[in-house]
Design a protein around this ligand. Structure first.
Ligand SMILES: [Zn+2]
Length: 425
């Protein structure tokens, strides 16, 4: 009954749409995962917790969800560009490790941190390096459709031709190709691309490049955007229900995914595009150069000069859920301390009410008005969740619910199990 009411804000249409899966009760969801070259931070936590809620709520609504979240272990170059060093290879050189050691180390620490945040592991967690043949096949298909070209062993996506023949490039982010062309920092003659808006599907490896594979074009490596198209279509089909990720991935990464899917399979990859907003720190963007880059481990141990104390993983999870996933969320000690109090209050309230359940006396008279108020709070919390997963409002209604429950003795008839998705292990 609840599932009919679920609305999701679709970045593609810029409206809230009623959620209608392509083949119910199955739901396919792909979320862009981490590039594993450093410790996880609040940004990673927000994306993981936001989509954990989506995953849990869809399952609660009895959908059969296949949740795929990739691990990027090759091809993500510095500044998300087509030139420069691979992020993982750079870290490997710095730490004198094999690139795969770097990927393994940070994939493991990512899993540890996400488990502490009580997120459920995805159904499938594919790695880019494990899907090189799939990526090569995809490039073949795009070339066969005339929408990519080979230069000096590298393959580039022909954005202008795609724009003319297939679909509008920029449809998701609202960018216009002409403006992108004039705003490009790449100067004529400096690049082997036909146009600065074109993006790499395959790059020929320079002699010092560590990660490399054989292909008919060159010994090289795939472009960053390609892996998500190759892996999402392999595990979820050419078109699936939900594609998620951080707002910072909307352009160019997701835009390029849409282009790659249309250029190979003549379809958009996903029906609904969901993007979680960013976390700021005391109003500032988080960045290593600003000295406000706090990893989750530092947060959990209070081990950073900006931190007044340690914050438990569940406080961090609760803090993330006190804002709607599409709103910005500002980190400060004050906000975290408030979250710590709120979380304790809610959990203690839940414990008390669950104890009441066992002490309930069937002889006690039920106050009908109180029951109606309790039912109203439950319905309001569901309405909030059905309104594009508005956890902020849902938590507000849970507090109302707890207030009413504490004055109500017979709680046997109240189903609280769904509340658990917010925080209880
Ligand atoms: Zn991706």
């Amino acid at each position: 009954m609840q599932s009919k009411k679920l609305k999701i804000y679709n970045t593609l249409s810029r409206t809230k749409e009623i959620f209608e899966p392509i083949s119910p009760p199955n739901v396919g969801m792909y979320v862009c995962g981490p590039t594993v070259y450093g410790d996880a931070h609040l940004g990673h936590a927000r994306a993981a917790v936001s989509f954990d809620i989506v995953f849990r709520y869809l399952r609660f609504l009895d959908y059969k969800v296949r949740y795929v979240r990739n691990i990027t272990d090759v091809g993500h170059l510095e500044a998300d560009a087509d030139e420069g060093e691979d992020k993982i290879a750079k870290k490997a050189k710095l730490e004198q490790l094999e690139p795969m050691e770097v990927a393994q180390q940070y994939a493991s620490s990512y899993h540890r941190d996400m488990e502490l945040l009580n997120t459920i592991r995805p159904s499938i967690e594919p790695r880019a390096t494990g899907h090189i043949p799939e990526q090569i096949k995809l490039i073949d298909e795009i070339i066969a459709n005339g929408l990519a070209y080979v230069v000096n062993g590298s393959v580039y996506f022909d954005v202008l031709k795609y724009n003319k023949e297939e679909k509008q490039y920029g449809i998701l982010s609202g960018r216009v190709v002409d403006e992108l062309m004039s705003g490009s920092r790449e100067l004529d003659g400096q690049s082997e691309k036909k146009n600065p808006v074109d993006f790499a599907l395959w790059k020929k490896a320079s002699p010092e490049h560590l990660m490399r594979w054989e292909s008919k074009w060159s010994v090289g490596f795939p472009g960053w955007h390609l892996e998500c198209t190759a892996m999402s279509s392999k595990y979820l089909g050419d078109k699936f229900d939900i594609h998620g990720g951080g707002m910072d991935l909307m352009f160019p990464h997701h835009e390029c995914e849409i282009a790659q899917s249309n250029a190979s399979h003549h379809t958009d990859p996903a029906k609904y595009w969901m993007h979680n907003n960013m976390i700021t720190i005391n109003g500032q963007k988080m960045g290593k150069s600003l000295g406000n880059f706090i990893t989750l481990q530092q947060l959990f141990h209070g081990d950073h000069e900006k931190l007044e104390q340690a914050y438990s993983p569940m406080t961090v999870r609760y803090f993330i859920l006190t804002a709607h996933y599409r709103s910005t969320l500002d980190f400060s000690n004050q906000a975290l301390q408030a979250a710590q109090k709120g979380y304790k209050k809610l959990i203690n309230g839940l414990r008390i009410t669950s104890q009441l359940k066992y002490e309930a006396d069937p002889e006690v008279l039920v106050d009908e008005n109180n029951v109606a108020q309790i039912e109203k709070s439950i319905a309001a919390a569901f309405d909030a969740m059905n309104d594009d997963f508005n956890t902020a409002q849902a938590i507000g209604h849970l507090f109302n619910l707890l207030k009413k429950l504490t004055v109500f003795i017979r709680v046997n008839c109240i189903q609280l199990s769904w509340v658990e998705m917010f925080m209880i292990n």
